[in-house]
Design a protein around this ligand. Structure first.
Ligand code: EPU
Length: 421
C-alpha cells in the first residue's frame, strides 16, 4: 500500500499553483454528455476521481483526448449508453451526476448508488425529489437508481430543497437544461462550483440564471452545442496550502486562486495571526509567530467550508489557547481524523457537533491513517508541522482530490516522499 513519509519541521517557502477545482470538474465532465458536439475543457485536474470519471465516460462511448496536460477535448455525440459501469460508478461520489445527465439527455438512466468518501451518511433524497418533480419515475433498489419518464413525460418544475445541497442543485440543473419549460430550484446551494457548472452549461447554450443565489432558474433549450470552457481554481486545494503554511510557518505565494472564493478562509487565518495578502489571482500567506486560537462553525458557502474543517483543526491544535470548531454540515466528520491527530499529541475533545481544541506547542510524528480525502490532507499538514517522522497511510483518499501534492509540497521545501511497496 502506498504511503507518505514526512519529516516535519521545514518551513514552507516559494510558490504553489492551484489546480482546477475537483468538485467543479466532477460535475462539468459528466455535464459534457449533455452537449451535442465537442467540448474543450481547460484546467482539468489530474486526480484519481477525474481519471475514474473519464474512464466511465469513455466506456459509455464518449470520445476524449488531452490536447495538452489539463486540456481535455470531449465529444459525446455518439453516447447512447444509459447504464454506466457499476464497478466504476461505486468508486466515487460524484457519479451521482450521471443520474441527472442521463435523465436530461435520454429521459432514462440506470445508475448504481455512488461511493466515495463515507465520513457521514450522505443521502440523495433531495436529488430524487428533484427528478420526481421533473416528471421522472424513480425506482430505488439497494444498489441502483432507475429513472424513467413518467406518464406526462419530463417537464420544468419548481423544487424547494430541504437543505442547500450541492449535489442536488447541480444534478437537478443538469436534468433540467434540456427539459421543456422552466425549472426553479429554491434553497439552492451557492458554492463556487455550482456557479462554474452553470457558466459551463450557459457557454454551451443553456439558459440558467441565478446560480450563486438561493434561487436558480433553468429555461429548457432544445440542444447544447460545443465550446471551450476553463474550470475555476480549487478553493479547497488553495485553502489546504494556506492552512499548511499557517500550521508549519513560512511564506508562500498561492497562485491561480479567486480571492473572493477564499474570503471565509482568509478571514479565519487572519484572526489566527496569519498575514494574508490578496492579489488579483494569487494570495500570499506569511506565518512567523505562534497561531492564536479561534472559533469556527462550518456552513454552506459563503460560510467556512466543511471541506476545510480538518485542515483548520490542525492549525487549532498548534494555536495558543482553546479553539472551538463546530461542524454543521456533516456531524460525524470529526471521527475521520481526530483520533489520528490525538496520536500525534493533539488535545481535542469532541462534544457532539463541536471539537474543543487546546493548542499545543508541538505535535509529534506518528503513523496515521487517512480515512477520507480532507482528513488525509489534514494529516499531511500535521506531519509537516510535527517533530520527527510521520507516515500517512491510505493515501489513495488524498490522491482523489490533490494533484501532485508531493511535488507541490517538495517544491515548497517540505520533506515528503511517496513510498509504494
Ligand atoms: N443531504 C441530504 N440529502 C440529499 C443531499 C444532501 O440530506 O439529498 C445532506 C447531506 O447529508 C449533508 C448536507 O445535506 O448533511 C449537504 O450535502 P451536499 O449535498 O451539499 O453534499 P454533496 O453533494 O454530497 C458536495 C461535495 C463535498 C462537500 C459537500 C458540502 C462533491 C462531489 N462533493 O457533497 O465534497 O463536502 O458538497 O460542501 O461536490 C470533498 O471534496 O472532500 C467533499 C466531500
Amino acid at each position: 500500500m502506498a504511503r507518505y513519509e514526512i519529516n516535519g519541521g521545514n518551513p514552507l517557502r516559494g510558490e504553489v499553483t492551484i489546480s482546477g477545482a475537483k468538485n467543479a470538474a466532477v460535475a462539468i465532465l459528466p455535464a459534457a454528455l449533455l452537449v451535442a458536439g465537442e467540448c474543450r475543457i481547460e484546467n482539468v485536474p489530474d486526480i484519481s476521481d477525474v481519471r475514474i470519471l473519464l474512464q466511465i465516460l469513455e466506456n459509455m462511448g464518449a470520445r476524449l483526448h488531452f490536447e495538452e496536460p489539463g486540456v481535455l477535448v470531449i465529444d459525446s455525440t455518439n453516447v447512447s449508453c444509459t447504464q454506466p459501469d457499476t464497478e466504476l460508478v461505486c468508486k466515487l461520489r460524484a457519479s451521482y451526476y450521471l443520474m441527472g445527465v442521463l435523465l436530461g439527455r435520454f429521459g432514462h438512466a440506470h445508475v448504481a448508488l455512488p461511493g466515495g468518501c463515507n465520513f457521514a451518511s450522505r443521502p440523495i433524497d433531495q436529488h430524487i425529489k428533484g427528478f420526481w418533480a421533473l416528471g421522472a419515475e424513480v425506482t430505488e433498489t439497494e444498489e441502483y437508481v432507475i429513472l424513467e419518464p413518467g406518464m406526462g413525460g419530463l417537464h420544468g418544475s419548481r423544487i424547494s430543497l430541504d437543505m442547500a445541497s450541492v449535489g442536488a442543485t447541480a444534478n437537478i440543473m443538469m436534468a433540467a437544461v434540456l427539459t421543456e419549460g422552466q425549472t426553479v430550484i429554491e434553497n439552492a446551494a451557492k458554492e463556487p462550483h455550482i456557479v462554474d457548472l452553470a457558466n459551463f452549461l450557459n457557454t454551451m447554450g443553456a439558459r440558467i440564471s441565478g446560480a450563486g443565489t438561493d434561487t436558480v432558474k433553468i429555461r429548457g433549450v432544445k440542444e447544447l452545442r460545443g465550446g471551450t470552457y476553463a474550470i475555476i481554481p480549487d478553493q479547497i486545494e488553495a485553502g489546504t496550502y494556506m492552512a499548511a503554511v499557517a500550521a508549519v510557518g513560512g511564506n508562500v505565494l498561492v497562485r491561480n486562486v479567486i480571492p473572493k472564493h477564499m474570503e471565509c478562509i482568509t478571514s479565519k487565518l487572519r484572526e489566527m495571526a496569519v498575514r494574508v495578502t490578496e492579489y488579483d489571482d494569487a494570495i500570499r500567506i506569511q506565518a512567523y509567530s505562534r497561531l492564536r486560537s479561534t472559533t469556527v462553525k462550518t456552513r454552506p458557502y459563503p460560510g467556512f467550508p466543511t471541506d476545510m474543517q480538518a485542515q483548520l483543526c490542525v492549525c487549532m491544535s498548534l494555536a495558543n489557547g482553546v479553539s472551538r470548531l463546530t461542524e454543521s454540515v456533516y456531524e460525524t466528520r470529526f471521527f475521520g481524523y481526530c483520533s489520528e491527530l490525538q496520536n500525534m499529541g493533539a488535545d481535542i475533545l469532541i462534544n457532539g457537533k463541536t471539537a474543543i481544541v487546546t493548542g499545543r506547542q508541538k505535535l509529534k510524528g506518528a503513523t496515521v491513517c487517512a480515512y477520507d480525502l480532507r482528513a488525509g490532507a489534514a494529516l499531511v499538514i500535521a506531519g509537516l508541522a510535527a517533530e520527527g517522522q510521520t507516515v500517512v497511510e491510505n493515501i489513495h483518499f488524498i490522491e482523489r482530490g490533490y494533484e501532485n501534492i508531493v511535488e507541490k509540497l517538495t517544491a515548497l521545501g517540505a520533506n515528503i516522499r511517496r513510498i509504494e511497496d
